[in-house]
Design a protein around this ligand. Structure first.
Ligand code: EPZ
Length: 428
């Protein structure tokens, strides 16, 4: 295991290339299961979760060659339809193989993901939707056993009880090979859904309405090869934007797309942080004070829950009090105790964090608990006075490609060292 040692106080300057989006790449890789042949996906980020997904695909019988950010997959032969617990527990997104496997070969056996640090994260919407398409679903020793009816899945109209990104993705993929038309209502509208739909359309899938709350899919007897370039990662972009803002820097986020971050950019603007289009990316610059801004996370196009922790870091040093309400996950404030150890003044009541801005944060030895919480500890360390040590950064490696190299490229004083190297806690 590694940790990051950060010396705060350096304004970030320069440009950083935004990588392919983790939350688009994962469903898109599973989507390649829908074609019994070769597919080609580019702009894949070099992340632990992508490696885990490729490991799972290999377990299913998929062969692939990865060169840089391009992977050539051959899904001609499936020799398993099982997603085992040891892989699913590492990465919940493994449940996204359920819809494609069921549609492709009529059977799937996928471990229930179990909860994770940020919440229980059930998948009943995925299962109810597949049942509405005629699948027979049983739960057996912690596994979902799903079987399609004779003749394959049937198109249907399904209304999600709540907006679910993964649920929309699983059913969208299953519907592409179903008999007849499927209408998904109360569907997630995230840009990653639009990117998945584009990747599926490159295979010949007939999809309308991706990016809106009603998606209509006309099932096809088979799909052809996928050829797709993954969209840029809007959450990575937002994370570096927060790092630029909190250090009073001036950074170009190369490849970031403005329309993927409307709600975030609007809140940054209210906080006094300028974000505008420049070239093929976004320029983020900030000087002066940060104004307090209230936020409530919502499904897209609302403020994304995956940016909640990062925005909180900014509000910790804003000029006044603000509130952040986490309306998507029930336990996504694990970064708060660690931020308070750095001198922040945050109190949690139910799903709302009440933040009183402080003059500055102080460096400390802190521990990462989940992906986005880790990012906020790094952001805070970049602005804090003195040294910060962020431990258990394997959480970071799941979702941020070479984060210390990208930050060093922006002038940050950060290094990655083995966990057991002497830390900064030198106080006897
Ligand atoms: C995706 O998770 C993302 N992961 C998450 O990003 C993101 O936070 C989340 O969408 C919300 O935007 C990937 O895309 C790989 P949901 P997902 O189903 O699909 C409840 C990150 O940091 N729910 O939209 O699992 C659920 O418990 C990760 O990159 C049910 O109750 O999220 C949650 O409270 C973290 N029943 C809410 O809906 C269901 O059947 C939203 O979950 C499904 C979901």
């Amino acid at each position: 295991m590694d940790k990051l040692i950060i010396e705060g106080g350096v304004p970030l300057r320069g440009s950083v290339r935004i990588s392919g989006a983790k939350n688009a790449a994962l469903p898109i890789l599973f989507g390649a299961l829908l074609h019994a042949g070769k597919s080609n996906i580019s702009n894949l980020p070099a992340l632990q979760d992508v490696a885990t997904t490729l490991h799972l695909l290999r377990n299913l019988g998929i062969e692939f060659d990865k060169a840089g950010d391009v992977v050539a997959l051959d899904a001609s032969m499936l020799n398993s339809a099982k997603a085992p617990y040891e892989l699913v527990r590492k990465m919940r997104a493994s449940v996204l193989c359920l819809g494609p496997l069921l549609a492709r070969n009529g059977f799937a056996r996928v471990s229930l993901p179990g909860g994770c640090a940020i919440g229980a994260r059930p998948i009943e919407q995925h299962l109810q939707g597949l049942e509405a398409m005629g699948a027979h679903i049983t739960l057996d020793k912690g596994y979902v056993r799903a079987e399609a009816p004779e003749g394959g899945l049937q198109g249907c109209r399904y209304v999600f009880d709540m907006v679910t990104v993964g649920g929309t993705e699983n059913l969208l993929m299953a519907a592409t090979l179903a008999n007849g038309t499927t209408v998904l209502e109360n569907a997630a509208q995230e840009p990653e859904i639009v990117d998945l739909a584009r990747a599926l359309a490159s295979m010949g899938a007939q999809i309308e309405g991706a990016g809106t709350s009603v998606i209509t899919v006309t099932g096809q007897p088979r799909l052809g090869p996928m050829t797709h370039r993954v969209m840029p990662d809007r959450i990575e972009a937002g994370t570096y934007a927060a790092a630029a803002a909190i250090t009073k820097g001036d950074v170009l986020l190369e490849g970031a797309e403005l329309e993927h971050l409307d709600a975030v950019i609007s809140k940054f603007g209210r906080a006094g942080v300028e974000v505008r289009r420049e070239g093929d990316g976004l320029r983020v610059r900030h000087h002066g004070e940060l104004h307090p801004v209230d936020v409530e996370t919502q499904p897209f196009p609302g403020f994304p829950t995956d940016m909640q922790a990062q925005f909180m870091a900014l509000m910790c040093v804003a000029e006044g009090s603000s509130t952040i309400t986490e309306a998507i996950f029930e336990n996504r404030f694990m970064h708060v105790p660690e931020l308070n150890r750095m001198g922040a003044d945050i109190k949690i009541k139910g799903r709302t964090a009440f933040i009183r801005g402080v003059e500055k944060l102080n460096g400390a030895s802190v521990m990462a608990t989940d992906l986005r919480a880790s990012a906020t500890l790094v952001i805070s360390g970049l602005a804090a006075e003195g040294m910060t040590e962020v431990r258990r950064i394997y959480h970071l490696d799941r979702g941020y490609e070479t984060i210390e190299k990208k930050l060093q490229g922006l002038g940050a004083n950060v290094k990655r060292v083995p966990e057991d190297e002497p830390g900064i806690d030198t106080i006897p």
